[in-house]
Structure formats: C-alpha cells, structure tokens
Write a protein that binds this ligand. Structure first.
Ligand code: GAR
Length: 203
C-alpha cells in the first residue's frame, strides 16, 4: 500500500478528487496518511478531518525563520513514513533538502499544459488569466515530479481542455479542474502506486 501525504493551501478540491478516487477504486493500493497545510483556514484541512485523516497546519508564520519551518515540515512528513507526497494546490516553495530526500517521489498538479503558463508567478487563477490574455484555444493541466526549479520537473501526465468563447478566468479554471486536474491527478497516483509510472528512490 502506497503511503501518501498531501500538501494543500486552499479549498482542496484536488485532495477531494484523490479521496474519492480511493473510495471508487480509481486509485488502487494507495492511502492518504496525512494532510498538511501552510494555511490554518484551508478548507482542505476540514475535508481531511471529516475522513479522520490526520491533518495539520504548519505555517511559516509560526517559525522564527524559513529553516525552522522547513525542519518542522520535513519532521512531520518523516513521522508518516511516506512513499509519495502530492502537492495539491500547495503554494509554498519546497525546500531543496525535501526535494533530495524524496527525489521523484513528490508530484505537483499545475493548471496548464507545461511549459505554457508556468513558473514563477503562475499559480491558481493567474494561470488562466495568462492563457486568456494570450488567446490560446487549448489549455489543460499537468502532473509532474517536483525538482529544484519551478514547474520544471519531469512531466508524468497531461490533459488538454478547450477554451470556450466568453470564458473568464473563473469559468476556465472550473473546466480545467473538472475535465483535467481531477482526472489526471488520481490517475497519476494510481499509476505510481501500481508500477505503471516509475517512483524515485530518494537520495
Ligand atoms: C488547482 O487549480 C491547482 O492546479 C493549482 O491550485 C489549485 C488548487 O485548488 N495549483 C497551482 O497553481 C500550482 N502552481 P484546490 O485547493 O481546490 O485543489
């Protein structure tokens, strides 16, 4: 059974898609052991608590400096002996020591077809604002391994979504979530848990 930790910052609809995927059997051989948010108000924490999944807020604001925050985050992850860490709308930079420790064992969902509309400054609605501004006709979502760069790690799965006339960042975000994110994130986890995609060893 793949032991999964999910890191979140907001509403947690991708976390919900993972939990639903486990319930429905779309994700085989995986279990969410812990959910961690940097934001105590994240609704995702409530989604986890409702399922009796251990849920914690570890916020940079509670620590004297970034190093101590990173230490606390890593310590909590280690406690749960995780095989896979999923960034499901986690808007905090991942410390290099964590990337090394879990090399090719951390995945991220990004709401565009990387390499478009990704990197520094592209997160959440800003991604869809960028896509609409550029006038692309097709966008989508990407699941990728996390490396030391921003949205630059190896790509695992992508799915395209049509931009429709009259779209706003909000309507486009909703369509990308429904048609792409909530499909490919559970699928990537299932494939990693069942040897259909390769998991790293850590360093
Ligand atoms: C999702 O759209 C996710 O792709 C995006 O944040 C949203 C979180 O929603 N992530 C990024 O932009 C990362 N660069 P959720 O909390 O409802 O899952």
């Amino acid at each position: 059974m793949l032991r999964i930790g999910v890191l979140v910052s907001g509403g947690g609809t991708n976390l919900q898609a993972i939990l639903d995927g486990i319930d429905s059997g779309k994700i085989r051989n995986g279990k969410v052991e812990v959910v961690i948010s940097n934001n105590e108000k994240a609704y995702a924490l409530e989604r986890a608590a409702r399922r009796q999944i251990p849920a914690f807020c570890i916020s940079p604001k509670s620590f004297a400096d970034r190093a101590r925050f990173h230490e606390a985050l890593l310590k909590k992850l280690e406690e749960y002996a995780l095989d896979l860490i999923v960034l499901a709308g986690f808007l905090v930079t991942i410390p290099p020591e964590m990337i090394r420790r879990y090399r090719n064992r951390i995945i991220n969902i990004h709401p565009s077809l990387i390499p478009s509309f990704c990197g520094v400054g592209y997160y959440g609605l800003k991604v869809h604002e960028g896509a609409l501004k550029r006038g692309v006709k097709v966008t989508g979502a990407t699941v990728h391994f996390v490396d030391e760069g921003v949205d630059s790690g190896p790509i695992l799965l992508q799915r395209a979504v049509e931009v429709e006339p009259g779209d706003t960042p909000g309507t486009l975000q909703k369509r990308v979530m429904e048609q792409a994110e909530w499909v490919i994130l559970p699928k990537a986890i299932d494939m990693l848990a069942n040897g259909e995609l390769p998991l790293g060893e850590g360093e």
